[in-house]
Ligand binder design. Sequence first.
Ligand code: CP
Ligand code: NVA
Length: 324
Amino acid sequence: MSESAQQTPAHLLDIDDRTPAQLLALLDLASILKRGQEVTPLTGRTLALLFEQPSTRTRASFEAGINRLGGSAMFLGPEDTQLARGEPIRDTARALSQYVDVVAIRVEDHDDLVEFATYADIPVINALSDRAHPCQALADILTIREHVGTFDETTAVWIGDGNNVAASFTLAAAAVGINTHVITPPGYELSPEVLERASALGSPPAVTNEVPPSIDHADVVYTDTWVSMNEEDTHLNRAEKIADFDGFQVNERLLHSSDASVMHCLPAHRGEEVTDEVLEGDRSLVWEQAANRLFVQNAVMLSLLNDDATDLTAQQTLPLGRAL
Ligand code: CP
Ligand code: NVA
């Protein structure tokens, strides 16, 4: 389990802060919201978005999402708070807890997220850290369920960096029973800790450093940028890292004997981890993934802030979060 698993409130710092049953209930609630069913709103509730890094999808989907639920969002960018002048994150956590009901945080260092959650009295949602991206992973497995129709018998291939998105996707896939293969260059594997957590969830991925001549028998092939935001300042030689990924591009040659769909959390670097042809082609699920961010995040916020949320799901007895 991740560091926050035993804490209250029910922070969502990574996928395994929820049980597999709770994850499935969140997907069910997201699907209900996507169909347009009205819910008891979050009128008067405020979401703070505390972001150290840029964002298009996460910020916009959280802001639009809580507006749809009748609440409001407060965006706090890197230069907007006293964090920029060195105020400790634990002080920021205790102050924000006085004003808002829930906070989504994007940090360069996952330890800062854990520290914030430790000191916050309100639920904390990970909006991306260097180690995890659970909101993305929820959207990804919802997209797979919608597209493939099932998790059993579904095979997902991750090819590229064993990064934050790979880690949370692997955990989400393990939780719902998707068969996962993770293909990374040497030195860029998923961490042993993530593999242990995936094992604890029941379905650890098969891992390899070898790219097969073609991808066969996969339902989806997933990739992400080779250089993540947290590395842009610290990775001394971007070109060197990109060179390490030679042969790991998702392109039509790799997929020539496969009818797999292609996933990418975005933003994509066309010509690096994926070709423009594949990203813009019929295989691409990237816009469905982006769309589903809003619905899974609204499900998460409802589960945290609205005790009636479980009544909307088919499995009414399944607890979705802390109070349910
Ligand atoms: N996928 C994702 O989190 O995108 P943003 O960086 O635009 O939020
Ligand atoms: N791995 C990427 C994901 C961006 C949504 C990054 O951390 O920059």
